[in-house]
Write a protein that binds this ligand. Structure first.
Ligand SMILES: NC(=O)c1ccc[n+]([C@@H]2O[C@H](COP(=O)([O-])OP(=O)(O)OC[C@H]3O[C@@H](n4cnc5c(N)ncnc54)[C@H](OP(=O)(O)O)[C@@H]3O)[C@@H](O)[C@H]2O)c1
Length: 192
């Protein structure tokens, strides 16, 4: 299976949405999301983005077309109508399994929403979380899971920035490397 990252913006209560929409306007988050999901090390590759059906409908209604990325929508609805270049899968595992066979895919990003984050955060192939922290409370009714696995640690934090009165920062959380099986050279056994 293929490793993947999450991209999410949260308010100070870890909220991600209210009444089916993101209740803050932070174009810098979407610019960052655009950069992360379009940049590849090799120009012949592209990135894949995975989202739940409701998140897809939200982005689609905003006119977002996710150029230059392989778009995957998770839905159990076999009759779901999607543009020709958008793929539907019935589970996150199916998607990751299928993508691990695609040698034209560089990185994989999960973009939400709440249902998909719940599953993705517990997945052993999750390696990184790009988290935009919005320093205000928006009375959200949908939340990012609070139980981020303990082996994730903050790898980098940006300065606190401001956009149209809204303070925010970019954090990257990474799964820490497990050193428990590392082999160390034992000086005591060295022959004299
Ligand atoms: N703040 C942020 O960064 C952020 C990011 C993304 C989204 N959002 C917000 O989050 C909200 C949407 O989140 P949500 O939880 O309501 O919906 P969602 O996770 O976007 O989509 C839920 C739908 O995805 C499908 N689904 C869920 N789990 C699945 C699985 N394991 N396998 C196959 N299909 C699966 C189902 O579709 P079917 O019913 O068709 O089977 C389900 O109804 C929106 O308000 C959006 O604006 C916020």
């Amino acid at each position: 299976m293929a490793n993947f990252s999450i991209i999410v913006s949260v308010d100070q209560d870890m909220g991600i949405a209210r009444k089916g929409e993101i209740p803050w306007f932070l174009p810098e988050h979407f610019a960052n999301l655009h950069d992360l999901t379009t940049q590849t090390e090799n120009k012949n590759l592209k990135n894949a983005i995975i989202m739940g059906r409701k998140t897809w409908e939200y982005f689609h209604s905003q006119g977002e077309n996710f150029d230059n990325r392989l778009v995957i929508v998770l839905s159990k609805n076999k009759d779901l109508s999607l543009p020709q270049n958008v793929l539907r899968f019935e589970s996150l595992d199916d998607t990751l399994f299928e993508l691990s066979d695609h040698n034209d895919i560089d990185q994989i990003f999960v973009l939400g929403g709440g249902e998909i984050f719940k599953e993705a955060i517990l997945h052993t192939d999750l390696e990184r979380i790009y988290l935009t922290n919005v320093e205000s409370s928006f009375k959200s009714d949908l939340f990012f899971p609070k139980d981020i696995p303990e082996d994730f640690e903050v790898a980098s934090t940006s300065d606190l920035m401001e956009s149209d009165g809204l303070e925010y920062s970019f954090l990257i959380l990474e799964r820490s490397v497990d050193h428990s099986n590392d082999q160390y050279f034992d000086f005591n056994t060295e022959e004299e």
